[in-house]
Design a protein around this ligand. Structure first.
Ligand code: 59J
Length: 579
């Protein structure tokens, strides 16, 4: 044998064959792995290029008035957004895009490049669907459109304060939109879709979660009474040069809010420039010293104490009275001796103090408290104030006297309407509600017999001898009370700034409506509650009683008035000339 290694062609063949066989096994195994075992993985990787989970927009619930009239509705709009990563691959298309979006090119470029490492940026929101369609039709990569909803308020400033508004993301910010946000908000759905390279959806793969639209909300508001109240309050402000005002109309048996308006107001569909002054729902967020409308509650305590009847005689001469603190209370005139009812008819400050002098501070306080003063009404309206009713143990003799005729405490217009509604509701106070059918049980706060005595006394205020003759409504008996108060100013009271108040109930025999009118700083020679606010009550209630088909107290007078009205409206008869 030679020293060289043995060489065998047979061996070499075996080695080469072995290597080839091994390669085959590897290739087959790899193919099998790819096609069988890892198939799912690669399929997913492929789909992921185009498979997306996208939200399904859903609308916010509609708000309607008590008769189903829409007050706040959501309409579909489109928002254009971009994936900056995709869009920035094609910077050449930015000018075209900026033009279509109607935004300056530099603004667009900045907005997109600031988020170059993100996958989402809004370009323009809440566009008309037609306009959005034009933009997506350009086929610019990374530019997409998304369905959203925009809130619209068909009645504009008439209902602005009650409804409030939502932000651009459809979330309630103020008013009932805020209070009932959860109820109104829907739940966005989600679905998996396949998009083509231009971002168009080519296939709905599956539904991840169905969208749930928000629930509708039926308010207690009657759109027609609301409009009447709006129109008459606005007219009164223009006529008297007053700075602001509120009107609240409650349904007496239930406490449902039928109308609530304030001036100044704003257009909720375009809030630019609407300042805080115009945006407050003053009926619940602003307080006023009630002045003479308080006297009714003081007299309620007098009757309840058993120390007075409506006929009890009370001397008020000489028409003024010094208070312990050195302040002298004055009546408008010297009314001499008045009955208890006469204190309301004429609105005697001295008379109210004479009644208060026979009562304990605790009893007086308790009566005001039972009528809801110093507490939030429970309406649930965001930002509602409780007003101020100082505790009886804090009252000195001066406070006890001034509070009895309405100074040294403060109330909201809603509280005023609510307290008087309780008088008209046989002494049962209700929790005001903005939801139709949302009334609670209420609470009996005075004996029904006393409530009826108060009603009779309040009717004299609207009678021939009273301060509120202009609140009268033909065919109906009206009960109510005026107040004219000088406005607190620094430490004292302003000489020429007044709040003119009227609170009334109609029909007095079986009250349906309670309405409070508060008007701030009327400028004319006639600035009193009887001159400025009572006529607003008259006009709104005249319309509301007709709209709601409330039967009149005095059918004869009512018919006569109907006929007179018809004659006035009918065109003058055409004179026939004899041939
Ligand atoms: C008044 C007050 C201020 C506060 C007085 C109104 C007081 C008082 C200190 C003078 C105008 C005015 C605590 S008036 O509402 O008496 O509506 O039909 O503002 O009395 O003591 O130049 N009502 N109003 N008083 N203050 N402090 C009368 C009355 C009322 C009217 C008018 C005339 C006041 C006809 C009021 C009405 O009943």
């Amino acid at each position: 044998m030679s020293g060289r290694s043995s060489y065998s062609p047979r061996k070499r063949l075996m080695v080469v064959g072995g290597v080839l066989a091994a390669c085959c096994v590897v290739l087959v195994a790899r193919a099998a792995h790819l096609q069988v075992i890892s198939e799912e993985f690669y399929q997913q990787q492929g789909d992921a290029r185009f498979l997306r989970e996208v939200p399904i927009a859903t609308s916010r619930g509609m708000i309607t008035d008590r008769n189903g009239e829409p007050l706040a509705v959501s309409s579909p709009v489109e928002s254009i957004w971009a994936n900056p990563k995709e869009l920035l691959v094609h910077p050449d298309r930015l000018p075209e895009l900026a033009k279509a979006l109607q935004i300056p090119l530099d603004v667009l470029t900045r907005r997109v490049s600031e988020r170059a490492d993100k996958e989402f940026v809004y370009l323009r929101r809440h566009l008309n669907p037609d306009v959005a369609e034009e933009i997506t039709a350009l086929g610019i990569p990374g530019v997409y459109s998304q369905r959203e909803f925009r809130r619209f308020y068909p009645h504009g400033e008439v209902l602005a304060h009650v409804l409030g508004f939502t932000n651009i993301d459809d979330r309630g910010q103020e008013g009932l939109e805020l209070a009932f946000n959860e109820w109104l908000t829907g739940q966005e759905g989600s679905q998996r879709v396949i998009r083509d390279r231009r971002g168009r959806i080519v296939e709905n793969v599956d539904l991840v979660r169905a969208a749930e639209p928000g629930k509708d909300l039926v308010l207690s508001i009657d759109r027609r009474i609301q409009y009447l109240a709006y129109r008459e309050l606005k007219a009164a402000l223009i006529e008297t040069g007053a700075t602001s005002g509120s009107v609240v109309v409650l349904d007496v048996p239930t406490g449902e809010v039928l109308a609530m308006v304030n001036q100044p107001s704003y257009n909720p569909n375009s809030r630019v420039g609407a300042d805080a002054e115009a945006r407050r729902n003053r009926s619940v967020t602003d307080v006023v010293e009630p002045g003479s409308v308080m006297k009714t509650l003081t007299l309620a305590a007098g009757l309840e104490a058993g120390k007075f009847t409506p006929e009890t005689l009370i001397p008020t001469a000489p028409g003024y009275m010094p208070l312990p603190g050195g302040y002298t209370v004055r009546d408008f005139r010297n009314y001499g001796t008045l009955t208890l009812a006469g204190i309301l008819t004429k609105s005697s400050n001295v008379g109210a103090i004479k009644v208060s002098n026979e009562l304990s501070a605790d009893h007086q306080y308790d009566m005001y408290h039972r009528f809801g003063l110093g507490q939030r009404s429970g309406s649930g309206f965001p930002g509602e104030l409780p007003g101020v009713l100082p505790l009886a143990r804090r009252w000195g003799p001066t406070e006890k006297a001034t509070i009895s005729y309405g100074y040294g405490l403060s109330v909201t217009p809603l509280q005023l309407a609510r307290a008087y509604a309780a008088i008209g509701n046989d002494g049962r106070i209700m929790t005001p509600t903005f939801v139709k059918g949302g009334a609670g049980e209420g609470e009996q706060v005075i004996d029904p017999a006393i409530a009826r005595q108060l009603m009779d006394m309040l009717e004299t205020v609207v009678g021939p001898e009273g301060t509120a003759r202009r609140a009268a409504v033909t065919g109906y008996r009206v009960a109510g009370k005026t107040g004219t108060s000088r406005k607190a100013d620094g430490g004292g009271y302003a000489a020429k700034r007044y709040a003119a108040v009227f609170v009334g109930l109609v029909p007095a025999t079986n009250p349906r409506f309670a309405m409070a009118v508060v008007i701030h700083e009327p400028q004319g020679l006639e600035y009193g509650g009887g001159a400025v606010s009572a006529p607003v009550f008259h006009r709104v209630m005249d319309g509301a009683l007709r709209l709601m088909d409330v039967p009149p107290d005095d059918i004869e007078k009512w018919y006569a008035a109907q006929e007179a009205r018809a004659r006035k409206k009918a065109p003058a008869p055409v004179r026939q000339e004899a041939p």
